[in-house]
Design a binder for this molecule. Sequence first.
Ligand code: NAD
Length: 405
Amino acid sequence: MAQIVKRVVQSPVCGSLLGTCHNVTGVIRGFNKEVFASQICRRSLKTCSVRSSSSASGGNDLSTKRQYNVGVFGAGRIASSVHIKNILQKRRLNLKWVLDDSPTSVSSCKDLLNLHDTPFYSSEDREQLLNDESLDAVFVFTPTDTHADYICESLSRGKAVMTEKPCGETYSDIKRCYELSEHTNKILLTGFQRRFDSTFQEVFKATRNNALGNLRFMRVTGRDSPKPAYEFLRNTDTGGCSLISDMAVHDIDMTVWLTSAERPISVYTMSHMHDPIMKEIGQPDSGLLALKYESGLNVIIDSDRESPYGYDMRIEMFGSEGMARAENPRETAAVIDVADGGKCNRLFNSFPQRFEAAFSKEIDHFIDCLDGTDTPLITKEECLLSMEIVEKGVESFRSGKVEYL
Ligand SMILES: NC(=O)c1ccc[n+]([C@@H]2O[C@H](COP(=O)([O-])OP(=O)(O)OC[C@H]3O[C@@H](n4cnc5c(N)ncnc54)[C@H](O)[C@@H]3O)[C@@H](O)[C@H]2O)c1
């Protein structure tokens, strides 16, 4: 096993290809919000109906559909606790290898998932791994600053890609990835798992056909539990504001999805560093984004790195004809009422428990995309709009002023 290497990927595979990727002809360069919004709206409706039929069969009918050979980049927290476990459970996927540069991650992933027979590699081996013609797809679960290079290397070798969010650290990285996906005609699915959660899907359906009337207000709450390790917080988006780019990016994706990619006109960020270590790191642990839209919609996204009562992810949408809310499910649905008050169970502890089913459906959706029976629910245009909002939010965090899109 190679020693731990620098996280920033030195690409042995992509080299000249990254140049090619910038010069892709025939790609959409402009960003026409009306066209994209209507495309996204139609797409989202189609996906809801397709998904329900596909999940009924589990997408796992081996008698008619072939198995896909897949590799995994990253054996850390989310890979070990969620994704690799799900991949192993999908009979349509054959896990050929896992790649990670940390011997500690490798050994704990092997032990946790009993993967002693699965080959593990380091990033130095990836050229050889990606040259394998029998490999159909890869999953990217490494830190965000490695995503764009790993995605482009894989797409350029003809592999479909599913990646953890966001697929790149900047607007131009995300554009580069999606343009290469279009150029190579290979699937790129970005994993915003809330899209596959039945509660959020129901709220999405409630907003269709203008059922809530003219939208006036939306609140998206994201409070993490437990607080991520300081090592993670120290190393994530060090030059920016990770509360927005790493955490609120999920909430921003929700606003993009639920408004059919309506484009805000301005973003304002307020934040605070409560924890002295976060202050020393220079990153806020608590804050809000205020988004204003030309249609009259106002949105508040409130984010916190630590919620003592469990993983708290909620949405409320209010319009001229009604209101829709996504509340938190609990560990059980029991409610105990006695004379001096009531009691219910705690919220789920963290994302692996809260979104267990959604993460699994996300992989089923990727398999449907590989089969060609569906196309990625999370689109290039939506990812680009989300990143524009992230970047303006970070600008506002720095300037202390309202920033305009
Ligand atoms: N969807 C969600 O709710 C959610 C939750 C947590 C994390 N994430 C995302 O998942 C990704 C991974 O996060 P995590 O919490 O699992 O991080 P992590 O640090 O626990 O795991 C990352 C792993 O990648 C390995 N690694 C680092 N650089 C590498 C390189 N250049 N090549 C190969 N391996 C390398 C590390 O050794 C580590 O094992 C991030 O993009 C994060 O944003 C998403």
